[in-house]
Write a protein that binds this ligand. Structure first.
Ligand code: ADP
Ligand code: MG
Length: 423
């Protein structure tokens, strides 16, 4: 099966050829014909399986040159909006469509002029709303409305924004929803936004043959030392380390740097300029370890990420799936390792049981671990005051201090029970 077999128009085919897309992935060959026929589509497939092109290729085909804003794509984070816009530009290079990306933290001026002439707009819900309020974004020509990672946008509290945006769109339009995870709470959105949708669901959330999952049962006080040990032992090409708060992200990154590991932190408390700079460095491989909050858990596609470390256990199963899905993309393989302290076991077994994942204990006996100092001082030079809040996309949440308090209360070293069983 090739893209030609899907009757993709010549100009778009030429662009796909240029970037080496020859054969469609499963989600692509199943959804592209439906979208071309005009159906609303809900597409759910594993992380890294090519969902962007699944909606992006038919979108670029259906949009004609010259009339602004026929395609509107919403994404939960600025980084993902930028990435999606970049992909669409590649698919439409030969066709010469203009694609504008609008997101917070960047100046309005250039976005406003871009919006006047762009056939396709990609953005985060907040900034799209800003432009609608100012009258700088007209949505009456939108033919296709895409929600990428819809569940995450709802999770972040964007529901009202999205509903407002949706009400401004023509009734006669196509709506496409794509994500690796579609929790039940999304049902109301699906029912309200789509008409007689076709659903395409592949059977897994992540490709378990390629993405191997491990846990490491570790005492809290040596958690950081264990991370360093594993990073050295596993020698990842590129690795991502996920933490739950902006503050932890900064602290872990700085401690890694102090141990000679080329690490940087990425979270929503950084300036937009710095966020883009760090993402770019990681794409180039000049940063080898990206320590991040969930702002980097959705949709981002970095080549050569071989390892994902969950330094903190995520709050829900969807976040776990999407964090580990930053590796083993597009047919590559990868490893995901979660560092579990005793207090994480309950939460993590719930996550694992939600999707019945196969997860093994990684060999990480504490005997050969060198105890490393771990400085918890605040590193603030890149963070603004919001640095102390738990990350939740662009929104604030209560600072997750619980772990620190429990740490201080802990009794002297006690061996963890081995052989964690997921029930
Ligand atoms: P998802 O949204 O499902 O997580 P992406 O759309 O980010 O996945 O795609 C993952 C990777 O696979 C990207 O690097 C993309 O360029 C690549 N890719 C997608 N479709 C194809 C294809 N048909 N042929 C080759 N590479 C592809
Ligand atoms: Mg995606």
């Amino acid at each position: 099966m090739t893209f030609e077999d899907l009757n993709i128009e010549r100009e778009v085919l030429a662009s796909l050829n240029e970037i080496g897309f020859n054969e469609p992935t499963r989600i692509q060959y199943e959804t592209i014909p439906l979208i071309k026929e005009g159906y609303d589509v809900i597409g759910q497939s594993e992380t890294g399986s090519g969902k962007t092109a699944a909606f992006g290729i038919p979108l670029v085909e259906k949009v004609t040159r010259g009339t602004p804003v026929q395609g509107l794509i919403l994404a939960p984070t600025r980084e993902l909006a930028l990435q999606n816009a970049g992909e669409l530009k590649k698919f439409s290079r030969a066709k010469g469509l203009r694609i504008e990306c609008v997101y917070g933290g960047a100046s309005m001026g250039p976005q406003i002029s871009g919006l006047r002439s762009s056939e396709i707009v990609v953005g985060t819900p907040g900034r799209i709303m800003d432009h609608m309020r100012r009258g700088t974004l007209k949505l009456n020509n939108v033919k296709i409305f895409v929600l990428d990672e819809a569940d995450r946008m709802i999770d972040m509290g964007f529901i009202e924004d999205i509903e407002t945006i949706e009400r401004s769109l023509p009734r006669e339009r196509q709506t496409l929803l794509f994500s690796a995870t579609m929790p039940y709470e999304l049902k109301s959105i699906r029912d309200r936004f789509t008409k007689n949708p076709r659903e395409v669901v592949t059977d897994t959330k992540v490709k378990e043959d390629y993405l191997k999952q491990y846990y490491c049962d570790v005492d809290r006080r040596i958690k950081f030392s264990m991370l360093v040990h594993l990073l050295r032992k596993e020698a990842p090409k590129l690795a991502m380390v996920f933490c739950n708060s902006r503050r932890d992200t900064d602290i872990v990154a700085r401690n890694l740097q102090q141990n000679g590991i080329n690490a940087k932190s990425l979270h929503g408390g950084l300036s937009q300029e710095r966020r883009e700079h760090i993402v770019e460095e990681f794409h180039r491989g000049s940063t080898r370890v990206l320590v991040a909050t969930d702002v980097a858990a959705r949709g981002l596609d970095f080549k050569d990420v071989t390892h994902i470390f969950n330094y903190s256990v995520p709050m829900n199963a969807e976040d776990y799936v999407n964090r580990i899905g930053r590796t083993a993309r597009a047919g590559q393989s990868g490893k995901a390792i979660v560092l579990l302290t005793r207090e994480d076991f309950d939460l993590f077994s719930r996550i694992v049981n939600t999707f019945s994942f196969d997860i093994q204990e990684i060999d990480c006996s504490a005997d050969d671990i060198r105890m490393l100092p771990f400085r918890r001082d605040e590193f603030r030079e890149h963070s603004d005051r919001r640095g102390q809040f738990r990350e939740y996309g662009d929104r604030r949440g209560p600072f997750r201090e619980r772990e620190d308090r429990e740490f201080r209360r802990r009794r002297p070293f006690e061996r963890q029970p081995r052989g964690f069983v997921f029930t």
